[in-house]
Structures are given as C-alpha cells and as structure tokens.
Design a protein around this ligand. Structure first.
Ligand SMILES: Cc1cc2nc3c(=O)[nH]c(=O)nc-3n(C[C@H](O)[C@H](O)[C@H](O)COP(=O)(O)OP(=O)(O)OC[C@H]3O[C@@H](n4cnc5c(N)ncnc54)[C@H](O)[C@@H]3O)c2cc1C
Ligand code: SF4
Length: 583
C-alpha cells in the first residue's frame, strides 16, 4: 500500500458536512486539509445543460451507483436481509457536494423539545405510557445552545422564510410553534403560487397557523457573510434531484467550494473510496482508500473527520473496528443503534384549474406545525407526537406529473379512455405532504451484512428496520388532517399514502436517515460527545445525520449543518489548541 506524506486533517466525504468542516478549518487556521470524495468533481456550470428529467430525476444520474455499492434491508433480526438493487425509499448522493447538490433545500429548525426528547416524553407521559422498545435519548445539546449555529447555517445558505418567534415574541405570519429565534430570516419568503395560496387560506379558515416553508433557494440575490454571492431563484422547477444551473439553490459547490478552491492548504481528491480508518492505541492515524486508478493508498493525518453520510459513517466505523457493534438483544454496544428514517405521508388532491406545476422551487410553499410534536397528542389513537404538513410547488416534470387522475375517472390505466382522462386532469393535482419525527426503537439498527459485499469486497451496511404502531398512527392522523385541508381547498381527493403495514424500500420517502453513530452526554450510550468528537478516540470526529439520536420532524440538513459549525468551533478553538478529550 502506498503511504502518502502526512497532512493535518483528512476528511472522508465531500458533501455538505465534509466541505463545511474543510472550509472552517482552512479559513481559520493554516492546517492542511485533504478531502477524499468517492464520486466525480462537480461545479455549477456542469448544470447548465442539466434540465433532463429522465436523466436526473428518473434515472437518478447524481446518486450513488447501486451496482458499485448498495445496502441490504430486513424487517427484523430474525429475517434474512436482501440487497436493495433499485433506488426506492431514499437516494444517497455521490460526487462533490454529495446529496447537497440535488437536495430540495427545505431548511427547518428542529423544535426545542426534540433535543431533550427522552426527558420531555418521560416527564410528560411517564415511562409506562411510551411505546414498547422506544430508545429515545437526549442529544447532550439544547436548542438554545445551538441557536447561534442555526443562525450561522441560515446565513451561510441564505435561507428565506418568515420568523414566527423572535426572541420569545410571536410574530404574525411565521410559525408560532418554532423555538425562539435571535434574528429574522436572512431572506424574505418566495413568491406565492395559486395552489399554495389555496392551502394557506384553507389553513387560516380552519384555525391553523400557516407559514412560508423555510428554504435555502434564494428568493433574491444574496451575499452571505463569507462574501459568496448567489442569484435569486428563477422558479425553473428543475430543482430537487437537479443541481441549480444559476446557483440560486444553496449547494456545497456554489456556497463552500468557491471559498476552498484557491486555498493552498486545501486539496480535494475525487474518485477516492475510503475503506478504513487506520488506528492504533486509541488514536486515528490515517484514512485508507482506493484511488481512481485502483491503487490502495494510505493518507496519514493528525485529525480524521468522517462526513460520508449516515450509512457510510456507521459502515466505516464498523469496518475499521472502532467501537462496539450494538446488539439489540443485550442492548450493549453503541455503533449502529438508533437507526431512524422519517415518517412520511401524502394526500393527493385534484383541482379544476391548471396549477402551472412545471414552475416552482424545491420548498416553495406553506406549511403548518399545528399537528407537530405534542400538538398531535391523541392517546385514543396511540399517538404521542406528530409532524409538519405542507403544500409546495416544487416543480414537476412532464414525466412524473402526467397521468394522474382522480379515483373513478377512468376504468383503465392505458388506452384511449385513460389518455382522455389524463389530459383532462393534467397539471391539476397537488398533494398535502407530511413529515414526522421517527422514534428510535431497540429493534431498529445498522450492522455489517455477513453475506453481501460492494465492488471492493467490503461488507454492505445492513438496515434492520420496520415501522411500529406509532408511525402508522402518525400517518393515519396525517391522512385524516391532510384530507380535511385538501377538501377545504376545494380539492377532490385522490390517492393517499402512509407508511404502510411494513417498512418498504420500494417507494421514495425521503433521504433523511439518521443514527448509527449517535451523539449524547455519556459514552455508555453514544458514539460521539456533544461536539461530535469520538468518545474514545479524541482525534476522530463524525459529522452528519448519523449523530442524531432520533429524527426530528421536518428535514434534517439545517440541523446537520448547525451541528457541524458547533463541532468545527470545538475542534478549532479547543481541540487544536489542546488536543485531548473535550469532555
Ligand atoms: C433527493 C433529495 C432531496 C433532499 N432534500 C432535502 C431537503 O429539502 N432538506 C433537507 O434538509 N435535506 C434534504 N436532503 C438530505 C440532504 O441532502 C442531506 O441531509 C445532506 O446532504 C447530508 O449532508 P452530509 O454531508 O451528511 O452527506 P452528503 O451531502 O450526502 O455527503 C456525503 C459525501 O460522502 C461521500 N462518501 C460516502 N461514502 C464515501 C466513502 N466511503 N469514501 C469517500 N466518500 C464517500 C458521498 O459520495 C457524498 O459526496 C435531500 C436528499 C436527497 C437525496
Ligand atoms: S427552481 Fe430556483 S433554485 Fe431550483 S434549480 Fe431552478 S433556479 Fe435553481
């Protein structure tokens, strides 16, 4: 194996968190930083000819190639896992910028009680009233301690929205259920579309509290505190699963890479698959990887950061034999535990006018949190916590959008009758979407698959994951509430979708997978401390959703980025000055 000259910091993964760590370290210190990214190089101009729905949104050009590396899934530890050979329930990214290139940019803060959920639920309901097997844990950090980092993340990305709680004072038009914010959003909300205005009006009439969905697609030209300028969104609609051709959507390549590109102390190596963290005597020494020519290389460094998204963060620790694999029977071990997804549901509805669905932008729309968190508490329905609901005009391509018809409109799903109905209802449907927090359970976890391997011969990550009655209750509630809103909008109800009887890998739910290397206040129950430093190996740091003890409702990336800022501060201001355990 070829051993390279040591550097100060080596980072696995060149997505949101890997590049943010690199940017913070290289701009605030003279340390040398190398980022190893398995996928191709990317830049904004790559997207100037990218409006091809078939290529990007259906064949998923920017996602991880599943014939190189995939994952296996089973519903319980008694079952055999099978490999996921076609993209379904989530879509990991690859290449510079990671999934942050083709994300939807919806940028919610988590509610304050999410960070202390274990304490909150036990105090509110008592242990005996919690679902069987629940494994909620406090994060070891509070919303208040994270608030300034949320604000930094919102400024860096140029999030647009409307505050609903400024320093404890409720503000009309924003989300009254959000935690107190120190500042108004950096940018005003997006323009409103016809369908999202109907949702807003219906919600007001029903006594709900609609607010503009916060999104990191700039509503106007924006210069962030790092001096990076991005133009305002054109509502082109080719947003989620695409890179933005004008750089209006905040992506690592247009927000972080311009600051890194000319740094002498920064190197990005693409096409480099990290295989192991090399370590000795409780110290990480290097990352071992395969370069694009197939050569095995070792990159020594004083500090190692793993930012390769939830599944690979956990997989790398397990393959490197760092920490103890979690065992669901004994409850021992910390690596792999608290695997969560997001609980999603959808209510389709049809209106009698064209909606211009081809236009829009990732998260453009209105949401309500009237059914989120404790607001959804309904003991008769077996429901403790809910989630956030919204209608967005995210942009819908002709392939995905065509062919939807209300129930009973046509007897067939092909032929002349179907074509007539499909044309009649073309561009006249939308949906109320729900995203809820997913509790962790003792039986849901990650480990290495004993049978299936990737193209390099390394074991695939195995997900043991199924829904419980609580998630089914969450989506039953969401379908009921979403249907009532859709009807109040004048909509004719179409298909509804909840989580279903069993976890399914066959339909897209969201790429919000959390857990596996969770953070917490104690090394017995978590892998990293509240600054994302590994408990036993202080020069190893882990960033991303793998560190979340459970999912919040709403999309996770703003919280992931806020946590990365917090970790970067601890690393730069404390660890580098005095290496050792921070706690
Ligand atoms: C279609 C889609 C829509 C989304 N929309 C939203 C949204 O609206 N709001 C929201 O909050 N979140 C959204 N997300 C999720 C969001 O993209 C992620 O939360 C975010 O990108 C996570 O950042 P990360 O740095 O942890 O991982 P990533 O950005 O995925 O970066 C990880 C990087 O590590 C690399 N890597 C992995 N393994 C290795 C290895 N072994 N060696 C070297 N490199 C490796 C990957 O190639 C990748 O580039 C969406 C995701 C998808 C796919
Ligand atoms: S909708 Fe706006 S942010 Fe999204 S890709 Fe188009 S211009 Fe960019």
């Amino acid at each position: 194996m070829k051993r390279l000259k040591p550097v100060d910091v080596v980072i696995a993964g060149g997505g949101w968190t890997g590049l943010l760590m690199a940017k913070e370290i290289t701009s605030r210190t003279s340390l040398s930083v190398v980022v190893l990214e398995r996928g191709p190089a990317r830049k904004t101009s790559d997207y100037s000819t990218g409006m091809d729905e078939l290529d990007y949104a259906i064949r998923l050009r920017m996602m991880q190639n599943l014939s190189d590396e995939t994952l296996t899934h089973r519903h319980s530890s008694r079952a055999s896992a099978v490999p996921v050979r076609q993209y379904g329930s989530f879509q990991p990214g690859t290449g510079t910028g990671g999934a942050g290139e083709h994300w939807g940019a919806l940028s919610f803060r988590f509610a304050p009680d999410v960070f202390e959920l274990a304490t909150h639920l036990r105090e509110k309901h008592g242990e005996s009233k919690l679902p069987t097997g629940i494994a909620v844990q406090d994060w070891g950090v509070t919303y208040d301690a994270l608030e300034q980092n949320y604000w930094r993340a919102e400024q860096m990305m140029g999030v647009c929205g409307k505050a609903g709680n400024l320093k404890g004072v409720k503000v009309e038009g924003g989300n009254p259920f959000e935690g107190p914010r120190s500042q108004e959003y950096p940018l005003p909300p997006h323009k409103t579309t016809y369908v999202t205005s109907l949702f807003r009006q219906a919600c007001i009439e029903m006594g709900h509290h609609p607010f503009p969905v916060p999104t990191a697609t700039a509503s106007q030209t924006y210069r962030n505190p790092d001096g990076v300028t991005r133009s305002g969104c054109l509502y082109c609609g080719y947003c989620v699963r695409f890179g933005c051709m004008i750089g209006a959507k905040s992506q690592p390549t247009n927000t972080l890479l311009p600051l890194l590109a000319n740094k002498k102390n920064f190197t990005l190596r693409n096409g480099c698959q990290v295989k192991r963290v090399i370590h000795r005597d409780g110290k990480a020494e290097a990352l071992q990887y395969i370069d694009p020519s197939g050569e095995e290389i070792e990159q020594p460094a004083n500090i190692v950061v793993i930012g390769s998204w939830t599944l690979n963060n956990t997989r790398l620790l397990l393959m490197s034999k760092i920490g103890e694999q979690y065992d669901p029977n004994s409850g021992k071990g910390t690596v792999g535990k608290n695997l969560t997804h997001q609980v999603s549901a959808n209510v389709r509805f049809f209106l009698d006018k064209p909606l211009n669905n081809f236009m829009g932008s990732g998260g453009l729309g209105f949401g309500i949190d009237d059914y989120d968190g404790d607001n959804a508490f309904d003991p008769a329905a077996g429901l403790l916590r809910g989630g956030t609901m919204r209608v967005t005009s995210g942009g819908e391509g002709p392939l995905a959008g065509f062919g939807r018809t209300p129930p009973g409109e046509t007897q067939s799903d092909w032929g002349a009758e179907w074509k007539k109905a499909a044309l009649k209802w073309n561009d006249k449907s939308s949906s109320v979407a729900f995203e809820g927090g997913h509790f962790p359970y003792r039986q849901n976890y990650l480990d290495l698959d004993p049978v299936y391997h990737d193209k390099f011969g390394d074991p695939l990550i195995r997900l043991t994951l199924d829904w419980t009655d609580h998630e089914r209750a969450q989506t039953d509630m969401a379908i009921k509430a979403g249907s009532a809103i859709a009807r109040a909008m004048g909509g004719k109800l179409g298909e509804t979708r909840g989580v279903g009887a069993k976890y399914s890998v066959t339909f897209y739910q969201s790429t919000h997978i959390q857990g596996g290397t969770i953070m917490g206040a104690s090394p017995d129950r978590s892998v990293v401390n509240p600054w994302l430093q590994h408990w036993q190996m202080p020069n190893l740091w882990i960033t991303g959703g793998s560190t979340f003890p459970q999912s919040g409702s709403g999309n996770p990336t703003l919280t992931i980025i806020a946590m990365t800022y917090r970790a970067a501060d601890a690393l730069i201001d404390r660890y580098i000055k005095q290496p050792g355990k921070l706690l």
